[in-house]
Design a protein around this ligand. Structure first.
Ligand code: URA
Length: 245
């Protein structure tokens, strides 16, 4: 974390409150409180280590990097340039979007569940790199009953188009007649749907329950988001297979 004092307008800009010009103007207009007190000097030095900015009646703790989790609802695209459905970024406050958060591994438009977002490129890389193989846990409802043969095929590996070798689930279990829980090490395009399709079945509903050791909080409703706090990040950083073994 950065501890050096910075100019107020710069702190605002870094948190996604607009261009330098916009931030300077908002401070001069008396719209910004620093740790509870209005400050109208854009060049005032503030300490990012203990900085709470208030704008439009909303308090924002300064965060050098943004780490966020969302319960993605169905019917939203994980893209800044969504074409057929609204974007998940429309569910976040504008400053988070403005500071450039990206999805850490996408979910399909019709999939639901745990979605991470961040503006920390190294974190995104660590979480999505095929070399790291962070496990993703999905619950899928299928069109046809989940047979033993289907579970065996998913465990031993199925051949997908454009893949050089069969891909196996890290784990796979039947939950009820048409549902299964599937854990994957990769994050390939439509991977669950294609793997289930390769067994002759079809995914009707797909939900991501967990990424590594981190599980979607049960009290976060679809469409809801919250910051990832230090303990959440620690849990995610322990999610690589080498750290888990
Ligand atoms: N696999 C899929 O097929 N879809 C998702 O949204 C995620 C994983």
């Amino acid at each position: 974390m950065q501890h050096r004092p910075m100019k107020l307008y710069h702190a605002l800009q870094s948190q996604g409150f607009g261009t330098r010009k916009v931030c300077v103007a908002r401070v001069r207009a008396g719209e910004v409180a620093v740790n509870g007190e209005v400050c109208d000097d854009p060049e005032a030095r503030v300490d990012p280590a203990r900085l709470e900015l208030t704008l439009d009646g909303v308090a924002w703790a300064y965060r050098e990097k943004a780490y966020v989790l969302m319960h993605k609802p169905a019917g939203y695209e994980c893209s800044h340039h969504a074409s057929h459905h609204p974007s998940v970024f429309a569910l976040l406050p504008p400053p988070l979007v403005q500071r450039g958060v990206q999805c850490v591994g996408r979910l399909d438009q019709d999939s639901t569940g745990l979605l991470l977002l961040s503006d920390d490129g190294q974190f995104i890389h660590r979480m999505t790199s095929p070399k790291k193989g962070v496990a993703k846990v999905y619950r899928a409802v299928c069109a046809e009953p989940v047979s033993d043969a289907m579970l065996d095929a998913l465990r031993s590996g199925v051949q997908l188009n454009d893949e050089p070798a069969p891909i196996a689930a890290l784990a796979c279990e039947r939950l009820d007649e048409r549902s299964l829980r599937l854990t994957l090490a990769e994050g390939k395009y439509h991977q669950v749907k294609r793997m289930v399709g390769a067994t002759g079945n079809r995914v009707e509903r797909l939900h991501r329950e967990a990424i590594g050791l981190f599980t979607l909080p049960a009290d976060l409703p679809p469409g809801g988001w919250r910051w990832l706090e230090t303990d959440d990040l620690k849990q995610l950083e322990q999610s690589w297979p080498s750290a888990m073994s």
